[in-house]
Design a protein around this ligand. Structure first.
Ligand code: SF4
Length: 63
């Protein structure tokens, strides 16, 4: 799995960082998503897909 985030689209809702802090964080200044691990281990793939589906602006792509 490879994760990509569109920080321009991100509205800083924080859903991803709340759900999966091992992979997603938020910028201290503007709250936009910060990707900590673009190739997470297999055990996290389901949680990544779930986090991506909960992003209100679909700024997370995981393939
Ligand atoms: S859930 Fe989406 S909009 Fe919210 S911080 Fe994460 S990437 Fe940004």
């Amino acid at each position: 799995m490879r994760i990509q985030v569109d920080s321009d689209a991100c509205v800083g809702s924080g859903q991803c960082a709340l759900a999966l802090p091992e992979v997603f964080d938020q910028d201290d200044a503007d709250g936009r998503v910060v990707l900590l691990d673009d190739r997470p281990p297999a055990g996290l793939h389901g949680a990544v897909r779930e986090a991506a589906s909960r992003c209100p602006v679909r700024a997370i792509t995981a393939q």
